[in-house]
Write a protein that binds this ligand. Sequence first.
Ligand SMILES: Nc1ncnc2c1ncn2[C@@H]1O[C@H](COP(=O)(O)OP(=O)(O)OP(=O)(O)O)[C@@H](O)[C@H]1O
Ligand SMILES: [Mg+2]
Length: 299
Amino acid sequence: MDKKVQKIMFFLGKGGVGKSTTSSLYAVEKSLTGEKVLLASMDPAHNLGDIFEMEMSGKPKALSKTLSVAEINLDYWVNHYLDDMQKQMTKSYSYLTALSLDKHFGIVRYSPGIEEYALLRAFTYFLNKYTQFDRIIFDMPPTGLTLKFLSLPKLSQIWLEKLVDLRNDIIDKKEIVTKIKFGNIELQRDKLLNKLNNQLNEYTDARKVLENQDRTQLVLVMNQDKLSLAESKLIVEKLKFAELKIRKVFINKFKAEIPVEELEKIFSEYEIRHYPLKDESITGLTNLEVYLKENGFLD
Ligand SMILES: Nc1ncnc2c1ncn2[C@@H]1O[C@H](COP(=O)(O)OP(=O)(O)OP(=O)(O)O)[C@@H](O)[C@H]1O
Ligand SMILES: [Mg+2]
C-alpha cells in the first residue's frame, strides 16, 4: 500500500505579523480534520508554549490524539553540528589536535552562518524521525535567518560542486589517488572526494524536499501595513534565488493601512486566507478552536 507523503509547511513573514498564531491555528484546524499534525517552532525566541499555555521542549508533546507541538532547541543543534565537525576534523587531521582545536571550536560557535546549518540538521532529523505525522508545520524565525536556512541547500550545493571539480583537478594532476585493482577494474579512491560527494548528496536531498511542491508549502504571513508588505515582497524576491515559491498568503489581523483588495491584487497568484483580529491574543487549545469555529475555518 502506498503511504501518503508527509506534508511540510513553513510559516514565514516579518516579525510580529502572527506566524506563531496562524501556524498554531492552522495546526489545530488540520488536526481537527483527523490529520496527524506536528507543529514545531524553529524560532529561538519560542512562543508556542505561551500560545498553547504549557511548557514545550525539543521533543513533540502530544496535546491531543492528532496534534503534537515541539520547540526546537537551536543551541542543542548548534552543539550537535559543531561536535560532529570537530570529531570529523580530529579524525582527518590528527596533527591539528596539537593546535588546540578545542579553542578554535569555541570561537566558531559564535560565528555567523552556524545557525542555519544547525536548523537544517534539526529539519532533516525531524523529517526522518517523526514520520508518523501526516504533516509537519514549522513556525519560522525572523526573515533573515529563515531565508538563509531556505537558501542553504542550494548555496552549499553550488559550493560543493565547485570543490568536487577542484578536487578532481588536483587528483588528475597529481595522481594522488590510491589505485586499487579488482581484477581488471581499477577503482579510484580519494577520501576527501568521497566526503565532498556525501555532503553534496545531503544538500541535494534537502533541496529536493524543499522544492517538491507536492510535499512542501511556504506560507507567507502578513498584515495590512506597509512594512510587512515591503518585507513580504522582499521574501518573495529573495526566495527566487533558492528557486522556491510561496504557496499561500495569510493576511492576519490589525492595521488596515492598506486596503485588503490591494493586497489581494498584489498576491493574486497565491491562495489567500484572512485571519480576523481578536480583541486579545488567542491562546489555549480551546480558544484556538473557538476562533477557528467563529471564523468559519471548520466548515
Ligand atoms: N488575529 C489575531 N488577533 C489578535 N491578536 C493576534 C492575532 N494574531 C496575532 N495576535 C497577537 O499579536 C502578537 C504577535 O503574534 P505572533 O506571536 O503570532 O507573531 P509572530 O509573527 O510569530 O511574531 P515573532 O516574529 O515575534 O515570532 C501576539 O501577541 C499575538 O497574540
Ligand atoms: Mg513567532
